[in-house]
Design a protein. Structure first.
Length: 260
């Protein structure tokens, strides 16, 4: 059944991606604010409506949790975590780092079992099925072999309430930036995770995330041979709002820096 999840998620992510491309860098796109730092567009909402409708029809007994408020409770044993447009701020500013992210979580296994992340602008589709590996456009991918975090390139992000909250990742950022080769800020958690999975990045951490931000990408990292945990090394769960991901070889070093 899990391969059916991946095949279906790939299909609908392409459909949603078409919606996003229609609105990208378009003067017709309507942009509004959830807060001073968090945007939403009509493309987000149109993409989510399509994804939720398609999932509900194909898997009527499955639960759905989506970023823009769509929520469906069901007892079929699976929850679909849907981000119709991860990287909305990038999208609204014309930056091509955005994607559709779809993760399927098994209630019985307490694990994500299928994931798809699709950037329609550069036509990169990352897919993973638990136990079957991770792929980029059908080609198997692996994490990097780097062992020294001092030579690593990692990514992170900052919460929307960074101006008013002490838990804004600045302490962690300032601690880690001097101990590594460099940090990148893509603006999309799902893309960050997939870039770890294919070896473009060696690690990634971020707090105050939502389940739809992390679910699909976390599985892509794991299936590419990487490691995904909480900051303290505890078991990752998409409903717990923090993630540390790496190639595995620098993971203990990353966690040590996060806990200093």
């Amino acid at each position: 059944m899990r391969d059916a999840f991946v095949d279906f998620a790939r299909e609908i992510s392409v459909e949603a991606g078409t919606i996003l491309l229609r609105g990208f860098r378009s003067g017709a796109t309507v942009i509004s604010h959830k807060s001073s730092t968090e945007l939403v567009t009509d493309a987000d909402r149109e993409s989510e409506a399509l994804l939720v409708a398609r999932i509900s029809k194909q898997f009527p007994t499955h639960a759905i949790i989506a970023e823009e408020g769509s929520r469906k409770e069901a007892s079929g044993g699976f929850t679909w975590y849907v981000d119709p447009l991860d990287g909305t701020n990038n999208f609204a500013h014309g930056l091509p780092f955005f994607c559709v992210s779809i993760g399927v979580f098994s209630v019985d296994l307490r694990r994500v079992v299928a994931g798809v992340v699709y950037n329609p602008f550069i036509k990169e589709m990352f897919t993973a099925e638990r136990g079957k590996g991770a792929f980029l456009n059908g080609t198997k991918i692996r994490v990097s072999d780097l062992e020294d975090i001092g030579n690593s390139l990692v990514a992170t992000g900052f919460p929307y309430d960074k101006a008013v909250s002490e838990e804004n990742n600045l302490r962690e950022f300032n601690r880690i930036i001097t101990r590594i080769q460099g940090i990148r800020r893509m603006g999309s958690a799902a893309i960050d995770l997939c870039y770890v999975a294919c070896g473009r990045l060696d690690g990634y951490w971020e707090g105050k995330l939502k389940s739809w931000d992390m679910a699909a990408g976390s599985l892509v990292v794991e299936e590419a041979g990487g490691m995904v945990t909480r900051y303290d090394g505890g078991e990752f769960h998409p409903e717990f709002p923090e993630i540390a991901a790496s190639n595995g070889k620098i993971h203990s070093q990353l966690l040590s820096l996060l806990s200093e």
